[in-house]
Design a protein around this ligand. Structure first.
Ligand code: FAD
Length: 439
């Protein structure tokens, strides 16, 4: 079977079958129940943002593309802005520390009668120094994504009611998105043909490590999305279809999977695309392990104490498993030993940010929802990998995540990271299902 992949995963230090076993036995079942919890179930997203690159051809008419946002009463209280208490270990910073400082000061302003005195006081040397420090801190934050969370038009979506699956989105609009991502926003070998969106694996060696990582991560995500649509395919339509809740028989479509990944139909590239999926799996797994101290101290607040406690425990359990398997991708080898490292890192981030914007051009709401979530999850993983203070000497993970001023993740970043990893874990599991069917 072409999907009976074996051998070492590129740029990593472990084999495909080791990941298969680790994921299918240890990670997948844990994630499956964790992602049912309210904290991870509700994702805030703006699906109405217009495409910034070309006139919108995305008036989605396909019934399977429909996304139903949550009604106010369906959203857990804790997600509507209520926080546990003001002294809680951590309330998510929706704004930067500098903004918060300014806001606190503004609140103080209203009770000050002598504005001039007040301004003099607040702009004292110490305050200015603080602001400088915070600004520097903000600049240092390696954000790879445009954040939707604070967008006025963003709405909560229940991910369980809007599962990622076959939607029928295809043709020119879908191709334009992938083509723009690969041709204009991935690094490419100098002599690659421009009409071919994918890069032949043999040519990847012409790229430097960081550029290869970028391409593999995007290609792995693409492979994962396409694996999902094959594993959750509309097998037959039953009566009683309604726009919001289309019924039908959903399940794995082996023929579709073969068409998309067999070497015969993909110029030999299909299995390489699947290998890239394993690569991005290990990359995100590494990010989760690196952020583990931070994620372990998170409250997962939704306003329902017993549920939030369960979520904390389930997350700790998952992180323990993940930490035991986190040494297979080593980000400390990236952006080093080259005079161009800073420039390359900057370009890497810009390319990625652009891809997050391209998601607003996806012409199917369901695909846009899951595309945005998975790209934000990957962006969060990159932020974790490249904004921590890595102890290069011991080559171990040292992200000072107890110091929340040093490093912050918003709720949406956490939700997208864990859900995106959940999607990759699901793909690895489903590929194994296809292997069983083929056997
Ligand atoms: P496409 O998948 O559109 O690929 C275009 C070309 O890219 C291929 O011809 C090939 O040359 C190359 N290519 C393919 N795979 C890879 C890879 N892994 N790495 C490198 N190059 C590759 N459809 C759904 O049914 N459900 C969804 O949830 C969904 N979500 C989507 C999310 C996004 C962000 C996008 C852009 C599309 C989504 N789609 C979804 C559509 C789906 O991904 C395909 O575009 C569509 O099914 C058409 O497939 P295709 O065979 O024409 O090739």
């Amino acid at each position: 079977c072409f999907c009976q992949l074996s051998g070492k995963i590129d740029e990593c230090t472990c084999n495909i079958d080791t990941v298969d076993h680790f994921n299918n036995v240890k990670v997948y079942p844990r994630l499956k129940s964790l992602l049912l919890k309210d904290f991870f179930r509700f994702y805030k997203v703006n699906l109405k943002r217009p495409c910034p690159f070309w006139s919108d051809d995305s008036k989605c008419a396909m019934r399977y593309c429909h996304v139903e946002p949550c009604l106010a009463h369906e959203i857990p209280e804790g997600l509507k802005g209520a926080t546990k208490d003001n002294n809680s270990q951590k309330t998510h910073l929706q704004t930067s520390p500098a903004d918060k400082y300014a806001r606190d000061q503004n609140e103080g302003c209203t009770s000050q009668h002598n504005t001039l005195d007040y301004l003099n006081k607040t702009l004292s040397e110490k305050a200015q120094k603080d602001i400088q420090l915070w600004n520097a801190h903000d600049d240092a934050q390696d954000n790879f994504c445009e954040i939707d969370e604070n967008d006025e038009e963003a709405e909560y979506v229940d991910l369980l009611l809007n599962p990622e699956r076959f939607t029928g989105y295809a043709g020119a609009s879908a191709h334009r998105i992938w083509k723009t991502i690969y041709l204009e926003n991935c690094f490419r070998p100098k002599r690659s043909f421009n009409f071919n969106p994918y890069i032949q694996s043999a040519k990847l060696n012409e790229l430097c490590l960081e550029e290869r990582v970028f391409y593999r991560a995007i290609s792995g995500l693409h492979a994962s999305i396409n694996t999902h649509l094959c594993s959750n395919y509309l097998l037959s339509e039953s009566n009683g279809l309604s726009l919001a809740n289309p019924k039908g028989k959903w399940g794995p479509n082996l023929e579709e999977f073969q068409k998309r990944f067999s070497p015969d139909t993909t110029n030999g590239e299909g299995p390489n695309w699947l290998r890239n999926l394993y690569f991005v799996y290990l990359l995100e797994l590494r990010a989760l392990a690196k952020a583990a101290p931070y994620l372990e101290s998170e409250e997962y607040y939704t306003g329902n104490d017993p549920n939030d406690w369960d979520t904390q425990m389930a997350m700790k359990d998952l992180l323990n498993v993940i930490k035991s398997f986190s040494d297979h991708f080593d980000e400390s080898t990236m952006f080093r030993n080259t005079e161009q490292a800073e420039k390359l890192k900057y370009e890497f981030k810009q390319h990625f940010r652009n891809i997050t914007k391209i998601m607003d051009c996806v012409g199917c709401d369901k695909c846009r929802l899951w595309g945005k979530l998975q790209i934000q999850g990957l962006g969060t993983a990159l932020k974790i990998l490249f904004s921590g203070k890595l102890d290069n000497v011991a080559n171990n993970i040292k992200l000072d995540s107890h110091n929340k001023k040093e490093f912050q993740l918003s709720r949406n970043e956490i939700v997208s990271l864990v859900n995106a990893f959940g999607r990759l874990s699901n793909s690895v599991y489903k590929i194994d299902d296809f292997r069983q069917i083929l056997r």
